[in-house]
Ligand binder design. Structure first.
Ligand code: SF4
Length: 349
């Protein structure tokens, strides 16, 4: 299956929100004897979800199926307010691993709704993030699928319309709806740049740079990962063949017929060892080239509920009660040095 060259995108794979969520759930598995419950997949990646299932995490789509008094984590995609409330009433410990950049969009929705705006939300119906965000103000929000556009949307007051978006859309998709909405509603309120997060836009920017250099682009990530699917669409929109793969096993020989240069990237929830396995499978005869556009420095601390809970545990440890964890006494301070990849290694060994 050898190709000539592989151009490896940088940045790719885990974003700061996914790093935080994976490490937080790893801590839950080390603190509690199990099972630990998680509302929705912690991140949208099949391999990651299976790794946590192997150590006893139970993923649920309905908080009422969590046994009363069990430990519960809420996923990185953000949860509806009624889910957060139900979780608090049911579980002994609830840790919300929502990404802060999703929380920011929730706040925008609440704020605009309070001010009486009709809100256009560009997102994918049924996606966990969209479901949680729309639930913040269902009476005020109109969900627009990016590929369908505004259609015949007609707000109560064209001078009080706001535009917000799922964090993981294709940038070109956001821009298309923005352009239409701005021309129809000149007083449109929207985020200064967009609601698309830094990880989404950075990964898409590298793909756009890769397109003219490649015969094919492969994107490692799962089918329900919105930002992964957006990377595939961005590549195709720019005129190159592109496929999403969960792992190297998904590569079809016919995709590589006549292909010399392959661009390779990964969605924000895909572990890097899956990318490395794809490189091994492609076996580039002229080697691998790193295609780097920017360095990401973003870091999101562990959820405050988890930090507070572990600080309480530490107090107990100091009082003579033992607890297991990744090892450092001052682990809260050292969290930044510890990666989600190391966390996954820890639960996988
Ligand atoms: S893709 Fe963006 S919004 Fe989603 S978890 Fe990562 S940083 Fe947060």
């Amino acid at each position: 299956m050898a190709v000539d060259r592989v151009l490896l995108a940088e940045p790719r794979g885990f974003c700061a929100g996914v790093e935080m969520a994976i490490k937080a759930l790893t801590w839950m598995t080390r603190i509690f004897p199990g099972p630990v419950y998680c509302y929705h997949e912690i991140v949208h990646n099949e391999w990651v979800v299976k790794a946590f299932e192997r150590v006893g995490v139970v993923f649920v789509d309905d908080v009422s199926s969590v046994p009363e008094g069990a430990p519960l984590m809420l996923s990185a995609h953000g949860s509806a307010p009624e889910v957060v409330e139900a979780a608090g009433n049911r579980a002994a410990v609830v840790i919300d691993a929502v990404c802060p950049l999703v929380t920011k969009v929730h706040h925008e929705v609440k704020n605009m709704s309070r001010k009486g705006y009709d809100i256009i939300y560009i997102g994918h119906e049924g996606h966990d993030e969209a479901v949680g965000t729309v639930a913040e103000a269902p009476e005020a929000i109109h969900l627009v699928e990016p590929e369908q556009g505004l259609g015949d949307y007609s707000p109560a007051d064209p001078d009080r319309v706001a535009l917000v978006a799922q964090t993981t859309l294709g940038l070109y998709e956001w821009e298309q709806v923005l352009e239409d909405a701005s021309s129809r509603f000149p007083a449109l309120k929207t985020a200064r740049k967009s609601d698309l997060c830094y990880a989404t836009t950075n990964r898409q920017a590298v793909v756009e740079q890769l397109v003219p250099e490649c015969d094919l682009i492969l994107v490692v990530g799962s089918h329900n990962s919105s930002n992964t699917q957006a990377l595939v669409r961005v590549a195709r929109e720019n005129g190159v063949a592109a496929h999403r793969i969960d792992s190297a096993d998904d590569i079809e020989a016919e995709w590589l017929e006549g292909v010399g240069v392959v661009g390779l990237t990964a969605g924000a929830s895909a572990p890097d060892h899956l990318v490395q396995a794809v490189i091994d499978r492609l076996d580039p005869e002229q080697g691998l080239e790193l295609w780097s556009s920017t360095q990401e420095e973003e870091y999101f601390p562990l959820p405050p509920q988890l930090r507070a809970f572990v600080q309480t545990l530490q107090t107990l440890v100091e009082a003579g009660v033992t607890a297991s964890g990744p090892g450092a006494d001052s682990w809260l301070e050292r969290d930044r040095e510890w990666t989600a990849t190391e966390a996954l290694d820890l639960i996988s060994t």
